[in-house]
Design a binder for this molecule. Structure first.
Ligand code: NAP
Length: 291
């Protein structure tokens, strides 16, 4: 029988563990991990994400600092704020919500965040540390996917993994993480030939494409573990929308050994891993081991 991987439940357990560790950190060392989130503009989806991040940070006992800037904010103003947060000892993690308005270069912004406070793991130095086996910050979504895979499968050594999508925030770091777990990794993208055949060879299939229901049941190796990162809003027909993944769940669930649903799979893990990264950042900045 196919296992539905319950990311929501796993994220609740992870947040409870983070809350316990934050409490111990406060009692033993008087430290409260602090997360600063910067939102530029009024993108409705970004506003929801930022609100959820702040709420969940509070719930686990973190300090949360929200900075909402108008859509016409200039790049120098944003960089000056980041510089200030880089120096602020109460702030251990800094996240700039993407996408940014067109007058701002995201690479310049990401590159301005202190490496130790880059809880999104997007700074080129953290990207380099991840691929060279160093101790950097790991991007939240792939980190959450890896946790779900390991709790489902245990040791991943020798498994064939196919990552559909090669973005800097999901596909590439996911591939690096699975390579670190000794998987044999293939990355497929929009130019890949016979993509369904590539997928069918995989014991682990991670779909991060942004195309609703692209992955059909006959793309999946029987018994494979499928992680659906996709978050696509589609019309329901009654004027409302619903969230669907990159995998055709109804077809895939009949073939896969285990699969994440959308919603309730990868999504809840992303914010939980952001909180985990902020805790990790706080511990490292004070040279403490916080287990
Ligand atoms: P992205 O930057 O748009 O990258 C999409 C990737 O998919 C690209 O590498 C693209 O190939 C590839 N692709 C597009 N069409 C394809 C096709 N027909 N066959 C094979 N590959 C194809 O997207 P992203 O930021 O990685 O996000 C992917 C999805 O994950 C989106 O739905 C996003 O909303 C979701 N997401 C969810 C979370 C979460 O917390 N759950 C977090 C981040 C993203 P090329 O490189 O050749 O263009």
């Amino acid at each position: 029988m196919t296992t539905i991987i319950d990311g929501k439940r796993f994220a609740i357990k992870l947040r409870a563990d983070i809350a316990r560790r934050i409490n111990e950190l406060g009692e033993a060392h008087g430290i409260t991990p602090g997360l600063a989130v910067i939102l530029v503009g009024e993108d409705p989806a970004s506003q929801i994400y930022v609100r959820n991040k702040a709420r969940q940070a509070h719930e686990v006992g973190m300090a949360s600092f929200e900075h909402r800037l108008p859509a016409d904010t200039s790049q120098p103003i944003l960089l000056a704020l980041i510089e200030r947060l880089n120096r602020d000892p109460a702030v251990h993690g800094i996240l700039v919500q993407l996408p940014l308005p067109p007058q701002i270069d995201p690479a310049a912004v990401i590159g301005a965040i202190a490496i130790a406070k880059d809880v999104d793991g997007f700074h080129p130095m953290n990207v380099g540390l991840l691929s060279s086996g160093g101790e950097g910050m790991v991007p939240c979504t792939p980190l959450g996917c890896l946790m779900l895979l390991k709790q489902q499968l245990g040791d991943l050594t020798g498994l064939k993994a196919l990552i559909l999508g090669r973005s800097n925030i999901v596909g590439k770091p996911m591939a690096t993480l699975l390579l670190r777990e000794n998987c044999t990794v293939t990355i497929a993208h929009s130019q890949t030939r016979q993509v369904a055949d590539e997928c069918r060879r995989a014991d682990i299939l991670v779909a991060a494409v942004g195309r609703p229901h692209l992955v059909k049941g006959d793309w999946i190796k029987p018994g494979a573990t499928v992680i659906d990162v996709g978050m696509n809003r589609t019309a329901k027909g009654d004027g409302k929308t619903r969230l669907v993944g990159d995998v055709d769940f109804a077809e895939a669930v009949a073939v896969a050994g285990a699969i994440t649903p959308v919603p309730g799979g990868v999504g809840p893990m992303t914010i939980a891993c952001l909180l985990l990264n902020t805790l990790t950042a706080a511990c490292r900045q004070r040279e403490l081991v916080c287990n």
